[in-house]
Design a protein around this ligand. Structure first.
Ligand code: PLP
Length: 400
């Protein structure tokens, strides 16, 4: 019998070795500093960070850390409880109200992560009589959430409105239909066509849900998200999002929408009912962040200035990028080994960024992905652009 245990472990080792051989193994970079536009790596190097979801530059900020300390002092370290037993404090209710106000919804429910928000949103609201119509490139947590639900599944080709309409027609016999999409897709920085999606939803009497993890806090004129960007505030039924990216960067997630939806999720959503309450330090800091973002668009404006500058300059140097306006900027290198070499050379030149290649992105679409932050100074961006130019020439990617 011990033989079977042995093959379990040796099988795992073989699979791990295979991942390494295929170049699919994901090593972890160890930082020895706070998160920020500049970080220290374990080996003592200082690097300009171009690969965090730290869009508003809040992750390492003193005032955000202080807000979390203040909340810890007032509310303690944790609750040792789920929300419905004795895990709800005033700070959690205040944060839920603040998120609802920020997004223009009626009510909000907090989760330990957006992964949980997406994992727990479908099953309580939809059953085998209903249909979920999902973009083919939606986030893994949406895919998992849909799997946990008995509704019929329809998938439309990524960002393809003609195919979405066809799927809506195919789902015509179902009781309730919901269209689900990432507000922004993080691999390409593609912004969902919410104006058109809302139009189709109206035509076919479907609900709309968006995942705003790469949008909340900075998309739209006052940073409310993709629904503000596309002028459809009030027309989205369910919004999920994270507190772990632009809105402070610690962790935590939420689902926001009509009060009946949120009330039912509080009764039935499994990651909410059977998992510990969000730490009060995070709730307090997130509340301070939302207050700051509601009072001023300064950080959001700086992020978009940085994005416009970087997009213009990187093209001027001669690189190809995916066109767009989002702070996710895919710099296309097309070839997987080239993308790997490029990212490694950039690291030597003091720039932290990530390379992506098949199967994470389609074959022949290898790239390095840059993510801008409000915390980047113009000087840092110029240093990064110089490094791009140097590495580009060294690897023969740019015309002389
Ligand atoms: C990051 C991300 C999530 C998960 O967010 P967490 O709060 O880290 O669990 C979910 N959906 C999308 C689109 C994301 O980008």
């Amino acid at each position: 019998m011990s033989n079977q245990k042995d093959t379990f472990y040796s099988g795992l080792q073989q699979n791990l070795d295979q991942l390494r051989e295929q170049g699919l193994y994901k090593p972890e970079r160890v930082l020895a500093s706070r998160q920020g536009s500049e970080v220290k790596s374990e080996d003592g190097r200082t690097l300009i960070n171009m690969c965090a979801n730290n869009y508003l530059g809040l992750s390492g900020q003193e005032w955000v850390a202080q807000a979390s300390i203040d909340a810890t002092e007032k509310y303690g370290y944790g609750l040792s409880s789920v929300r419905f037993i004795c895990g709800t404090q005033t700070v959690h209710k205040q944060l839920e109200q603040a998120i609802s106000k920020f997004l223009g919804t009626e009510d909000t429910i907090l989760y330990a992560a957006a992964f949980d928000a997406n994992g727990g949103v479908f099953e309580p609201l939809f059953d085998e009589n209903d249909a979920i119509i999902s973009d083919a490139l939606n986030h893994a947590s949406i895919i998992d959430g849909i799997r946990l639900c008995k509704a019929a599944r329809f998938r439309y080709a990524h960002n393809d409105m003609a195919d979405l309409e066809k799927q809506l027609q195919d789902a015509a016999g179902k009781r309730h239909k919901i269209i689900v999409t990432d507000g922004v897709f993080s691999m390409d920085g593609t912004i969902a066509q919410l104006d058109k999606i809302v139009e189709l939803a109206d035509k076919y009497s479907a609900l709309v849900m968006i995942d705003e993890c790469h949008a909340s806090g900075f998309m739209g004129k006052t940073g409310r998200g993709t629904h503000e960007h596309h002028h459809v505030i009030g027309k989205i039924d369910i919004i999920t999002g994270t507190l772990g990216k632009a809105l402070g960067g610690a962790m935590g997630g939420f689902t926001s929408g009509r009060k009946e939806v949120i009330e039912m999720l509080r009764q039935k959503s499994r990651p909410y009912l059977f998992s510990n309450t969000l730490a009060p330090s995070i709730a307090g800091a997130s509340l301070a962040v939302l207050e700051r973002l509601s009072a001023s668009t300064e950080l959001r404006d700086r992020l978009h200035e940085n994005t416009a500058y970087f997009r213009k300059e990187i093209e001027r140097i001669g690189f190809t990028i995916k066109p767009g306006t989002h702070p996710v900027v895919p710099v296309m290198l097309f070839d997987a080994p080239v993308a790997q070499k490029f990212a490694a050379r950039m690291y030597e030149l003091g720039v932290l960024l990530s390379g992506f290649f098949y199967p994470v992105v389609p074959m022949g679409q290898a790239r390095v992905r840059v993510q801008l932050s409000a915390a980047h100074t113009r000087e840092q961006l110029d240093t990064v652009l110089k490094a791009f130019e140097q590495a580009g020439h060294e690897l023969g990617l740019l015309k002389k």
